[in-house]
Design a binder for this molecule. Structure first.
Ligand code: F6P
Length: 524
C-alpha cells in the first residue's frame, strides 16, 4: 500500500472515543476484510460470553468463581445487593481511612502523622499499584510510596534503609493471604519495626480476602480492607488493592473508576469495528495467528507510563498463557509481552525489532500533551516533545516498511481517568481474546507447580540440615542424598548446601567447587 492508501486505511479503521479523546489505530496491522469476516462468529460468541460473565455466570469454571472486576466501576451491574455492598462499602472505608490518615486522626503512636507508605505484595498485589504510582502520583504527594515485591533479603534491606519506620504506614496486600513472598516481606518488615522498638500492628493495614490467613493474622492491626473473592489479582487495580495506595498518594480514585467505567461502556458494544477492546483482540489474533506466534511489544512514549508493559505482562501472560482450552484440549496458548518506553528503547532493542527476527508486533502508546507549561526550542522550531512525537511516528513507519505491524493508542494526557480507561481497555481485550481462543483467562494453574516445587526444596533443606547435624563426619553429596532417601535429587541437595554455606547457615562445603563430586559437606 502507498501512503495515501494507508491514510485511507487509517481512517477506515480508526476508533475514537470522544469522551475520553482516546484513539485506537489498528491500520498498521495487515488483516483484510475477508479475515475479519472469518472471525465474526468467534466475536459473536465472545460478546455473548462477556455479557453472561457480567451477569454473574461462573466464568472461571475451574475455581467455580464469578469474574466481577467490571462491576468494581459499575456496582449497579453486580447481580445482587450483597455483591454491590462488597464494592461500595470498601470504597467508603478507603475514603474514610485516607481522610483520617491525611488529617492525622489516625496516626502513628509517637508521631504527628504518617508520611510514607510501604506496600508489601507481589504479582497483581503489586504491579497495578506500582504502575499507577509511577503514572499518576503528584510531584509532591501527601505520602510517598515504596514497594517490597519479592522475598529477596538484600532487596528488602535496600527499601527499608531509606524509610523512617516511625512515620511509615505499611500496607500488606495479598488476596489469598498465603503467598510466601508477601508473608516473608511482612515478617521482615515486622522484625525491622520490632528492632527499633516500634509497635508494628499500630503501623499496619492488610488488604486481603475475609477469612484468609492474613486476615486472621492482622486482627490487631490498624484496619483490614476486604478483597473480593470474585476479583482476580491481575484485575484488582480498581479494587482496594489499587485504590487504597492510590488514594493515600493523593490520586483521584473516583476519576480512575470513572475512566474505567466509560471504557467499559465502550467495550460492551457487540460490534467489532466500534469496540476498541475487540479491535485490540482482533489485532492480537491476526498477528499471532490465534496461537500467540508473535510477541506483544508495548512502547509507551511517555516516561510516566513505563511500568505499563510490566503491568500488562501479568495481565496478558497469566491470563492467556494456558496449556488447555476450555474443552480440555492441549493448546499451549499465550502471548509474550515485553517493553519499556520510547524513545529510550530505540537505543536498546529497536534495532532488532526493525531488522531482526520478525516475531513480534508493537503497540505504541502516544500521549498528546508533552508537558504542563511551555517548552523551549531545542532546535529551531522543534521542542523535546516534538522529537518524541517524531521518533514515535518514525519508528512506526520504519517498522511497517519492514513488514513489522503495529497498533497505536493515543490519549490526550496521563490522567487518573485515562489510566483507568487504559486498564479497562486491556482487561476487556484479554477477556475477548481468551474467548476467541476458547481458554479460561481467570485461573493460573501453572503458577502452582513452581510453588509446590519450591515448598518441596525447603522440606528437603530441613531434612538435609538435620542429617548433617546428626552425622559426626563430613559426607559427600551422594551419601547425603542416600541418607535423605533422595538419591535422585543430588542436584537439588548440591544447590541447597552451596546456598547454606554461602550464607553461613551452619553448613560447610569443602573441596573442588568445579567438581561437585569431590565436595565434602559437614555441619559447621
Ligand atoms: O494476592 P496474592 O494472593 O498474594 O497473590 C499474588 C499473585 O500470585 C498469583 O496468584 C500467582 O501466584 C497471582 O495471580 C497473584 O496476583
Amino acid at each position: 500500500m502507498d501512503n495515501l492508501q494507508l491514510w485511507q486505511r487509517y481512517q477506515d479503521w480508526l476508533y475514537y472515543h470522544p469522551g475520553l479523546e482516546l484513539y485506537l489505530d489498528v491500520s498498521r496491522v495487515r488483516f483484510d476484510n475477508a479475515f475479519v469476516e472469518t472471525l465474526a462468529p468467534k466475536f459473536d460468541r465472545a460478546f455473548r460470553a462477556l455479557e453472561a460473565l457480567e451477569k454473574g455466570a461462573i466464568a472461571n469454571p475451574d475455581e467455580q468463581r464469578m469474574v466481577g472486576h467490571y462491576w468494581l466501576r459499575a456496582p449497579e451491574l453486580a447481580p445482587n445487593d450483597q455483591l454491590r455492598a462488597e464494592i461500595t462499602e470498601p470504597l467508603l472505608q478507603i475514603k474514610d481511612f485516607v481522610r483520617k490518615i491525611h488529617a492525622g486522626e489516625i496516626k502513628p503512636p509517637d508521631r504527628e502523622k504518617f508520611t510514607t507508605i510501604l506496600s508489601v505484595g507481589i504479582g497483581g498485589s503489586a504491579l497495578g499499584p506500582q504502575f499507577v504510582a509511577e503514572a499518576l502520583a503528584p510531584d509532591v504527594p501527601p505520602m510517598e510510596i515504596h514497594f517490597i515485591d519479592n522475598t529477596d533479603p538484600a532487596g528488602i534491606d535496600r527499601v527499608l534503609e531509606h524509610l523512617d519506620l516511625a512515620t511509615t504506614l505499611v500496607i500488606i496486600t495479598s488476596k489469598s493471604g498465603g503467598t510466601p513472598e508477601t508473608r516473608n516481606g511482612m515478617l521482615e518488615v515486622r522484625h525491622a519495626y520490632e528492632k527499633q522498638g516500634l509497635d508494628f500492628p499500630k503501623h499496619a493495614v492488610a488488604v486481603t480476602m475475609p477469612g484468609s490467613k492474613m486476615d486472621e493474622y492482622a486482627r490487631d492491626w490498624l484496619t483490614r480492607f476486604p478483597m473480593q473473592d470474585w476479583v482476580g489479582g491481575r484485575t484488582s487495580e480498581l479494587s482496594a488493592v489499587g485504590l487504597l495506595p492510590a488514594s493515600l498518594q493523593g490520586i483521584d480514585i473516583d476519576a480512575m473508576l470513572a475512566g474505567a467505567r466509560e471504557m467499559d461502556i465502550a467495550t460492551r458494544v457487540h460490534d467489532l469495528k466500534t469496540n476498541p477492546s475487540a479491535l485490540l483482540a482482533l489485532a492480537w489474533y491476526y498477528e499471532g495467528n490465534g496461537k500467540g506466534e508473535k510477541d506483544m511489544v508495548i512502547l509507551p512514549y511517555k516516561d510516566s507510563l513505563y511500568l505499563f508493559s510490566r503491568y500488562l505482562q501479568q495481565l496478558v501472560m497469566e491470563s492467556l498463557g494456558k496449556e488447555k482450552d476450555l474443552d480440555g484440549n492441549t493448546v499451549y496458548q499465550g502471548i509474550a509481552v515485553y517493553g519499556n518506553k520510547g524513545s529510550t528503547d530505540q537505543h536498546a532493542y529497536v534495532q532488532q525489532l526493525r531488522e531482526g527476527v520478525p516475531n513480534f508486533f508493537a503497540t505504541f502508546i502516544e500521549v498528546l500533551e508533552d508537558r504542563r507549561g511551555e517548552s523551549i526550542d531545542v532546535e529551531p522550531g522543534a521542542t523535546s516533545g516534538d522529537f518524541l512525537s517524531g521518533l514515535l511516528q518514525g519508528t512506526r513507519q520504519a517498522l511497517y516498511e519492514n513488514h513489522r505491524d503495529s497498533i497505536t493508542i493515543t490519549i490526550p494526557e496521563v490522567t487518573p481517568r485515562h489510566v483507568g480507561a487504559l486498564i479497562a481497555l486491556y482487561e476487556r481485550a484479554v477477556s475477548i481474546y481468551a474467548s476467541l481462543v476458547n481458554i479460561n483467562a481467570y485461573h493460573q494453574p501453572g503458577v502452582e507447580a513452581g510453588k509446590k516445587a519450591a515448598a518441596s526444596v525447603l522440606d528437603l533443606q530441613r531434612q538435609i540440615v538435620g542429617i548433617l547435624q546428626e552425622s559426626g563426619n563430613p559426607l559427600d553429596l551422594n551419601a547425603l542424598a542416600a541418607k535423605a532417601g533422595a538419591s535422585d535429587r543430588v542436584e537439588a541437595i548440591y544447590k541447597i548446601v552451596r546456598h547454606l554455606d554461602a550464607n553461613h547457615r551452619g553448613v560447610k562445603v569443602e573441596g573442588d567447587f568445579g567438581k561437585p563430586d569431590t565436595l565434602q559437606i559437614s555441619a559447621r
